[in-house]
Design a protein around this ligand. Structure first.
Ligand SMILES: [Zn+2]
Length: 254
C-alpha cells in the first residue's frame, strides 16, 4: 500500500469573473482572485508533479488582466522551497493543457510527461473559442506543450503504485484527475474538474453540486463531479485558496 504525501504549490494569482468561471451564473460581473495550483507528491521514493502551474506575469496578464506570478511563485521555485530539485522529478501528470497548468516544462529534464491523448489532440488544434486557453499559434503565441515527448494515455491508468489517473472530461475534452493513496484515505487532485470547494456544495433541492461556470461540455462536467465524489475521501480542487490552509496532505492529525 503506497502512502503518499501531497504539497499544494501556489504558482500565481488569476483574476476571473466569479459567475463566468467559479459558479455558473452566480456572481457575474464580480472579479475574484484565484490561485493557479500545482501539486508535488512523494511517497518517499517517487517524486511526482500533477500540473506545473502558470506562466510569468506578462503572459498571465494577456490571458486575464491583472493576473500575476510573484518572483518566487514559478513551480520550480515552489519546489526549491520544499528542498526538491526539479531535476529529480520523475513524472508529471497533466490534468489538462490550459495555460495555467503546464508552463515551465524546461525545468524538468528527466520527467516522464503524461497527458490524455484526447486532450493533447484538442490542445494542438482547438476550436477558436479555446485558442487563448491553449496559447494557439494563430494568436502569435507558442504553447509550452509543443514538441514535447508526452506519454499519451486513454482511460484509467495506474501510473505508479498508489497513483491512479482517471478521466474527468467536461472542463476540457481530455481532462483527467488523479486519485492518490495516502494514510488519510484517497485524495483526488481534480485539476479544473472541480474549481473550488463551493462546487461540491448543493445548489438546490435537486442539485447536489454547484457546477463551475467554465466548461466545454456541461453534461460531462456533471458526470465528472459525480465520479470524483464517488472515489474521493478528500477532494483537492484546482483553484481554491483554501487548499493552502494545510501545507501538506493528508492534513496533520487526519
Ligand atoms: Zn482549465
Amino acid at each position: 500500500m503506497s502512502d503518499y504525501r501531497i504539497w499544494p504549490l501556489n504558482t500565481g494569482t488569476i483574476i476571473v469573473d466569479k459567475g463566468g468561471y467559479i459558479t455558473r451564473g452566480q456572481g457575474l460581473g464580480i472579479e475574484v482572485e484565484i490561485p493557479a495550483t500545482a501539486w508535488y507528491l512523494s511517497d518517499g521514493q517517487h517524486k511526482v508533479l500533477v500540473d506545473t502551474g502558470m506562466c510569468h506575469t506578462d503572459l498571465a496578464h494577456w490571458h486575464h488582466g491583472g493576473s500575476q506570478q510573484g518572483p518566487d511563485q514559478a513551480v520550480h521555485k515552489c519546489l526549491a522551497r520544499l528542498g526538491v530539485d526539479p531535476a529529480d522529478i520523475e513524472l508529471i501528470i497533466f490534468t489538462h493543457l490550459h495555460w495555467d497548468h503546464c508552463h515551465n516544462l524546461d525545468q524538468f529534464p528527466r520527467a516522464r510527461m503524461v497527458v490524455s491523448q484526447t486532450e493533447l489532440a484538442f490542445a494542438l488544434e482547438p476550436i477558436p473559442p479555446y485558442y487563448k486557453s491553449y496559447e494557439y499559434s494563430a494568436l502569435g503565441k507558442r504553447a509550452p506543450f509543443l514538441n514535447r515527448n508526452f506519454e499519451q494515455i486513454n482511460g484509467e491508468v495506474d501510473v505508479l503504485p498508489g497513483l491512479t489517473i482517471f478521466p474527468t472530461p467536461g472542463h476540457s475534452p481530455g481532462h483527467q484527475s488523479v486519485a492518490v493513496s495516502t494514510s488519510g484515505g484517497v485524495h483526488v487532485i481534480t485539476g479544473d474538474a472541480v474549481f473550488a470547494y463551493v462546487n461540491l456544495q448543493p445548489a438546490g433541492p435537486h442539485l447536489p453540486f454547484n457546477i463551475m461556470g467554465r466548461f466545454a461540455d456541461i453534461v460531462a462536467s456533471w458526470h465528472s463531479l459525480e465520479e470524483i465524489t464517488r472515489r474521493a475521501d478528500v477532494v483537492l480542487p484546482g483553484h481554491d485558496m483554501a487548499v493552502f490552509d494545510s501545507p501538506v496532505y493528508p492534513r496533520q492529525g487526519a
